[in-house]
Design a protein around this ligand. Structure first.
Ligand SMILES: *Cc1c(COP(=O)(O)O)cnc(C)c1O
Length: 431
């Protein structure tokens, strides 16, 4: 077989000094000598790749089809792989020191393909609640049609509550003749900002299952990852990302990702190869650019959020601010925060005094912050969950999740904090 054009081994250390991901985003996984000396990776706009020899094609396909474990070691066809996506996966994995990453055409593609890989008819998925609405739709409305059950526990659950959910799921799986195939978490919950105790989930799983039957723990880390939370350090096996949000960071693309254990992601890759849903070359290229400034953007957004929340907290028209930097000393949530989080993020809940009219007057008066759903971009966004993202949630559940009509959801960007404070002060005057 002819030698594949493999990138040179990238530097991860200088002597014993380990390089930080922020540094490695500028070059890791790309060898300019394979692309005419181009400093930056070109966008590889091609649907297929030329094999040097027929034997190479056979060898690569053995990797694609799983005849040889561990994936392919050559470029084959752009539904399976492309250079931009491969560089992106190498770099994305670095942020959580993960063995492997996979990237997808959207966050929802990543989540669907992950769940389809592990859940079979008769199985049960254990989930924290609330999850991103479309994720709940997949589990509760779509997978349920294929005989896959679910058991949920609230995001802030104690070890005892998690134990009880696992026991219930095991009973349900026994009854259905299946297994508990996944523990799927999201932290913090949206818009409650309740954090999941991943360490407690990990310990509960060890207690409830022997090694052979242990379901993987996946966690949607879109809101705090990869800078402010690294849940694989607390026992999660797979981190799930909507790369559309902080990782993409400019509100100009849609993509998703998984990072985690190679043995698990090696099972997901063939499902992506078959169903489709890989991240295309152009989007992957844009994400490579985004990741170069990920730390700068997230750090600035986090500092801005701290200043803005300090201003909002004491304002007479504000009832309260649901921000991870304001958790009560000695509370269970503060304890989870201290064990799991490296920063409070830049997405939070602002509860105004009053109801929908007050929230709408506030939103309509904003001049810098844009009135839009989504989060994690360079620009500040604000929306009203009760009237928008969570409009379809039944009243009872909405009340349980504290989604009141006066709730405004805010994602702070990288503008000057003083300008944002002036914008919010002005809008509060208009309430
Ligand atoms: C946006 C989002 C998703 C879905 O991602 P898409 O890229 O829109 O498909 C999943 N989870 C969370 C927490 C999100 O915010």
């Amino acid at each position: 077989m002819s030698e594949g054009r493999k990138p040179k081994n990238p530097a991860t250390h200088i002597g014993n000094h380990k390089l930080d991901p922020a540094t490695m985003m500028m070059g890791y996984g790309f060898d300019p000598s394979l692309s005419e000396g181009s400093l930056k990776p070109p966008v590889f706009h091609t649907s297929t790749f030329v094999f040097e020899k027929a034997a190479d094609g056979k060898h690569f396909f053995e990797g694609i089809t799983g005849k040889r474990p561990g994936g392919t070691d050559g470029l084959v066809y752009a539904r399976f792989n492309n250079p931009n996506q491969e560089i992106l996966e190498d770099r994305l994995a670095l942020w959580e020191d993960a063995e492997e990453a996979l990237v997808f055409s959207s966050g929802m593609t990543a989540i669907s393909i992950l769940l389809l890989t592990f859940a079979r008819p008769g199985d049960v998925i254990v989930m924290s609640g609330p999850l991103y609405a479309a994720t709940e739709t997949i589990i509760m409305k779509i997978l349920s049609q294929f005989g896959i059950g679910h058991v949920d526990f609230p995001a802030g659950a104690t070890r005892e509550e998690i134990d009880a959910a696992l026991a219930k799921a095991k009973d349900m799986a026994d009854e259905k003749g299946g297994k508990v195939s996944m523990i799927y978490l999201e932290s913090p919950g949206n818009p409650t900002n309740a954090l999941v105790d991943v360490e407690a989930v990990h310990a509960a799983r060890s207690a409830a299952f022997d090694e052979a039957s242990r379901p993987p723990i996946a966690i949607d880390n879109t809101f705090l990852g990869p800078l402010w939370a690294k849940p694989q350090n607390q026992g999660a096996d797979i981190s799930v990302y909507s790369l559309t949000k902080y990782a993409g960071g400019h509100s100009d693309l849609v993509a998703g990702g998984l990072t985690g254990k190679k043995a698990l992601l090696d099972k997901v890759r063939p499902m992506r190869n078959t169903l489709g849903g890989i991240c295309d070359a152009n989007t992957a290229w844009m994400l490579l650019r985004s990741l170069e400034t990920l730390e700068l953007r997230m750090s600035r957004a986090g500092e801005n959020a701290e200043k803005v929340c300090a201003f909002l907290r004491d304002h007479p028209k504000v009832d309260r601010v649901g921000y991870l930097g304001f958790l009560e000393e000695g509370s269970r949530q503060k304890d989870i925060y201290d064990r799991h989080c490296l920063g409070a993020g830049s997405t939070f809940s602002l509860y105004l005094k009053g109801g929908e009219a007050e929230a709408f007057r506030f939103l309509d008066a904003l001049k810098i912050a844009k009135l839009a759903v989504s989060l994690g971009g360079t620009e500040t966004l604000a929306s009203a969950p009760a009237a928008m993202t969570h409009l379809s949630v039944p009243d009872e559940r909405r009340a349980a999740l504290d989604i009141s009509d006066s709730l405004v959801r805010i994602s702070i960007g990288v503008e000057k904090a003083e300008d944002l404070i002036a914008d919010f002060a002005n809008a509060l005057d208009a309430v």
